[in-house]
Design a binder for this molecule. Structure first.
Ligand SMILES: *[C@@H]1O[C@H](CO)[C@@H](O)[C@H](O)[C@H]1NC(C)=O
Ligand SMILES: *[C@@H]1O[C@H](CO)[C@@H](O)[C@H](O)[C@H]1NC(C)=O
Ligand SMILES: *[C@@H]1O[C@H](CO)[C@@H](O)[C@H](O)[C@H]1NC(C)=O
Length: 471
């Protein structure tokens, strides 16, 4: 009783200390936590009309041009880029994160044609939390609806396996389509008919594992990095069915009965997930890992790999395109992809995909894109290698190279063939009179537009031709 009373007494004393009047003088020079009540409104203590604090900033070419011209503003060489475009905006004395402002000029100083708000169509994998593999064996990081809430149909995982490392045997509810970005790997799987699959794939190749099909991936001598795309925006790599976990979470008595072996056989099984871990080098001769049963191998026509690296790209004016869809890779019945190269200044033309959202990954270079969503919302995003983009079904977009090297990116659709509608082809093939009445374009302008799909149009620099910096 006595000690409880004491405790109460000391709590009361503590409360009294915390409630001390704020103007109470402190014993040292250190000002108290709270200021004087005299600082409340109506009584400024000093003259506010001191000389304005000037700060230095530089505008870049194009920044004072008509905002609707919307030239790309290259902020990479200015210390304090400003949210000014044409006659709009104003200076920003800070605070700021200059690295983000320099990389995202179309966010800081949007083209005048941007309006309202669209979905967040950008996720840099560099902002994703890495999941590190065991014993230096690799890592992975993902994009899903946690970070891009409107990217509902597809999610992506970027994964690295050091030489000979494994992505553990597993399966998942979603289907998995993958592009190898670097190095090479051996992949293997079993389908529900008991047919087996094993293959070696390298940078530029693609694999596909249907939902529920258990598979594994092992890096060959040069290690491997790949981008996985799943047909479910909520997919998380943390929720896959791992071999280690299914063994760890069934009674050993049951495992022994199931596999017809002694219970002692399971004394060394891992107690939890391995996920990414070092391995014994895969035998050079793939035949040593070509395990079959009475069902045989998965027929070539419907195997799980496509040696896309060996398909030459189709050349177009501003770059090149190659398409992989069920027409040539039937097992991936819902996945259609294009690998697009856009030369400096060139642009993947304005287009939309009538049947699917688009999930995109930037592999190289620097680009921007405007996502237009009806009735009148449009936002421009700046992308770099390592970024994911997402464009909802039938929403128009382009991809303009704004850097000095080729832009390379992957477009993935959930569709039974790759398709798009190009703005240019649409306008050029609509009877002239209709377009002239609607858009007030001249006959000569319409004659200049190609009736053919361009995919990637050639172009000059995306930056303003003049200096455009006059104030
Ligand atoms: C893999 O990455 C390394 C390091 O960036 C690079 O030197 C090599 O050329 C890449 N290989 C492929 C096939 O892209
Ligand atoms: C595996 O063996 C089968 C014959 O059983 C053969 O048809 C198939 O090509 C082999 N796979 C590989 C990757 O060599
Ligand atoms: C930039 O353009 C303005 C007029 O548009 C011109 O007066 C000025 O001299 C130009 N500056 C440079 C550095 O070319």
């Amino acid at each position: 009783m006595h000690s409880i009373t004491l405790l109460f007494a000391s709590l009361l004393a503590l409360e009294a200390t915390l409630a001390l009047p704020v103007q109470e003088t402190s014993s040292s020079d250190n000002p108290p936590l709270r200021g004087s009540p005299d600082l409340t409104g109506y009584a400024p203590t000093s003259d506010l009309s001191t000389p304005s604090s000037e700060f230095d900033y530089k505008l870049v070419p194009g920044q004072k041009d008509d905002a609707n011209d919307g030239y790309y503003l290259d902020f990479s060489n200015v210390d304090a880029p400003q949210p000014i475009r044409g006659s709009k905006g104003g200076s920003d004395p800070g605070p700021r994160n200059p690295l983000l402002d320099k990389q995202n000029s179309d966010k800081l100083a949007p083209p005048g044609t941007d309006h309202g708000g669209v979905i967040n169509a950008q996720w840099p994998m560099g902002l994703s939390h890495s999941k590190l593999g065991l014993d230096g064996a690799g890592w992975s990081r993902q994009e899903n609806t946690k970070v891009m809430p409107d990217a509902k149909k597809m999610a992506g995982v970027d994964m690295r396996l050091e030489p000979h490392a494994y992505r553990e045997l597993h399966w998942h509810v979603a289907s998995e389509w993958a592009l190898l970005l670097n190095g090479s790997a051996r992949i293997q799987a079993l389908n529900e008919d008991g047919q087996t699959f094993v293959d070696d794939v390298r940078a530029g190749d693609v694999w596909f594992f249907p939902r529920g099909v258990p598979h594994s991936i092992q890096a060959l001598d040069d290690g491997v990095e790949f981008m996985l795309v799943f047909d479910d925006g909520d997919f998380s790599e943390d929720n896959t069915f791992l071999a280690s976990e299914i063994f760890a979470h069934n009674p050993k008595e049951v495992l022994a009965k199931d596999l017809g072996v002694s219970i002692d056989a399971f004394k060394d099984i891992p107690s939890g997930e391995l996920f990414i871990f070092p391995g014994t080098p895969a035998p050079k001769n793939i035949q040593e890992q070509n395990v079959t049963n009475s069902a045989g191998i998965i027929p070539k026509k419907v195997t799980y790999s496509f040696h896309w690296s060996e398909q030459p790209a189709h050349e177009v004016a501003g770059g090149s395109v190659k398409i992989l869809d069920p027409v040539t890779f039937p097992i991936a019945a819902d996945f259609s992809a294009a690998l697009v190269t856009v030369k400096p200044g060139a642009m993947r033309e304005i287009h939309w995909h009538p049947t699917s959202d688009e999930w995109t990954f930037f592999i190289q270079g620097q680009a921007r894109a405007t996502l237009f969503t009806p009735p009148s919302s449009a936002n421009t995003f700046d992308y770099r290698a390592g970024d994911v983009a997402y464009f909802p079904q039938s929403n128009s977009h382009y991809v303009e190279n704004v850097g000095e090297e080729d832009v390379i990116f992957l477009e993935v659709l959930l569709a039974d063939h790759f398709s798009d509608v190009a703005l240019g082809q649409w306008i050029a093939t609509t009877p002239k009179q209709i377009v002239m009445d609607t858009l007030h374009l001249s006959s000569a302008t319409l004659d200049a537009i190609s009736k053919e799909k361009q995919y990637v149009v050639q172009g000059k620099s995306p930056q303003a031709p003049g200096n455009g910096t006059a104030s």
